[in-house]
Design a protein around this ligand. Structure first.
Ligand SMILES: Cc1cc2nc3c(=O)[nH]c(=O)nc-3n(C[C@H](O)[C@H](O)[C@H](O)COP(=O)(O)OP(=O)(O)OC[C@H]3O[C@@H](n4cnc5c(N)ncnc54)[C@H](O)[C@@H]3O)c2cc1C
Length: 396
């Protein structure tokens, strides 16, 4: 491995690969090395979308991103949107498939295809993807970034892209080290919390009698700090609480403040209609026409125990939510390095010339549906392209 680099990228994940490729596409011919600490690159891509990799989404991005300034992400995504990213993948030889909600997957429906195509594209461009290579520390020294690797190795680079991701799923590479590096280079951060993560509910008839049951419904989370968030879609009842996409989307608010959840099992129907259907009927069979049988059983037990009518429980079941399952079970981290210290036109740091950041390490997190990988790919591409222009002398 060379010890004098032009461009170093920390993180061999979604954003790091696109950053390296973006630099080449901007015409940069110098040497580029991507450092990845795991035994193989793209571990999160490989695990994403239940092994199918929901890599982007064609629906509008407005309202799908969170953080101190979601507009920062929307601005970048308007210049490098999902169609641009799928176009890039197609040029690399990866066909994609769109479902009826705009979610995009590799045509093979295998996350492995995305990882293989990216690794090959990087190789073809003469970029070194070095793994396992743990970066332990970065310091700025006489206009260069001094990068200390595990095993007492050290390299230096003219420009540096931090693409190290967030703290979610440490078993797949998630780590707080890249954020520490940005802090040591003078950047401000917002403490990361788990997002897209299952919710914890204390022992309750629903979790006791209906675990393993999926349902489509709506839930309003009222957090202890006065904030609330509505989520609609698929829920999965588990022994510890609630999982499924719609529940996980409430996870980041629970991280900041636990509270209570009001579940509507039949959002498309009025309470009066449900009351009429249930009137004078043997309850369990009648309930089974409205909700899955095991949920009906749990509601009957609750109704007997607390004297709440069934039609009310179907529309407004209140569950305490005490927390979430933490970073180990989270798909992304909310929070990260503050976007206001980066130029949205280039993703270059306003604090350190030649330093760029992209992907989940920034204080941007997206909804499920491919929005997180889309952000990683788009912001990665921009950071790489900008680093190339910076190195080639055009700092615009
Ligand atoms: C189980 C799971 C399923 C998901 N499914 C989807 C999905 O279907 N659709 C979607 O849009 N999003 C999904 N996500 C989220 C998505 O994977 C991430 O948001 C995305 O990968 C972030 O890209 P990134 O490049 O910023 O970070 P990462 O992909 O995490 O890449 C960062 C890389 O940097 C490496 N690294 C960290 N520190 C160092 C260091 N010090 N030295 C060297 N290397 C380092 C890490 O090992 C990692 O490989 C899922 C996440 C998980 C965990």
């Amino acid at each position: 491995m060379k010890t004098d680099l032009d461009l170093a990228v920390i993180g061999g994940g979604a954003s790091g690969a696109l950053a390296a490729l973006g630099a080449r596409r901007a015409g940069f011919a110098g040497n580029i090395t991507v450092f990845e600490k795991e035994e193989e690159p793209f571990r999160k891509i490989l695990a994403s979308g239940n092994g199918r990799c929901n890599l982007a989404n064609y629906s509008a991005a407005e309202g799908r991103y969170h953080g101190e300034n979601p507009g920062f992400a929307l601005d970048i995504l308007s210049r490098f949107p999902a169609r641009f990213i799928t176009g890039l993948f197609e040029e690399m030889g990866l066909l994609t498939l769109e479902d009826k909600e705009g979610r995009l997957y590799p045509r093979s429906l295998q996350a492995r295809s995305v990882a293989l195509i990216l690794e090959e594209a990087v190789k073809e461009e003469g970029i070194l993807l070095s793994y396992p290579s743990l970066v332990q520390e970065v310091v700025k020294n006489e206009g260069h970034f001094q990068i200390r690797l595990a095993g007492n190795q050290s390299v230096r680079s003219r420009a540096l892209i931090l693409a190290g991701g967030g703290m979610a799923s440490p078993q797949l590479g998630g780590s707080g080290l890249p954020l520490d590096m940005l802090e040591s280079l003078g950047h401000r951060t917002k403490t990361p919390v788990p997002a897209l993560v299952p919710l914890l509910v204390p022992d309750h008839p629903l979790t006791r009698y209906a675990q393993g049951v999926r349902f489509r419904g709506r839930a309003l989370l009222q957090a202890g700090n006065g904030q609330s968030r509505l989520s609609e879609g698929e829920f999965l009842i588990a022994s510890y609480g609630l999982s499924g996409i719609a529940a996980m989307e409430l996870g980041s608010l629970v991280s900041r403040s636990p509270g209570k959840l009001e579940i509507d099992f039949l959002p498309e129907r009025e309470e009066a209609f449900i009351q009429k259907i249930l009137a004078g009927k043997d309850s369990r069979p009648a309930l089974s026409g409205l909700v899955p049988d095991k949920i009906g059983r749990a509601l009957l037990i609750l109704s007997d125990r607390e004297g709440i009518p069934l039609h009310r429980l179907i529309k407004r079941l209140v569950l305490p939510v005490t927390g979430n399952r933490g970073f180990d079970f989270a798909q992304v981290a909310a929070g990260g390095v503050l976007t206001e210290d980066f130029d949205p036109d280039t993703l270059m740091s306003k604090i350190q010339d030649g330093l760029f950041a992209c992907g989940e390490i920034l204080d941007i997190d997206g909804d499920t549906g491919g929005f997180n990988l889309l952000w990683a790919f788009s912001s990665g591409y921009l950071a790489g392209r900008s680093a190339a222009l910076y190195l080639m002398g055009d700092k615009s």
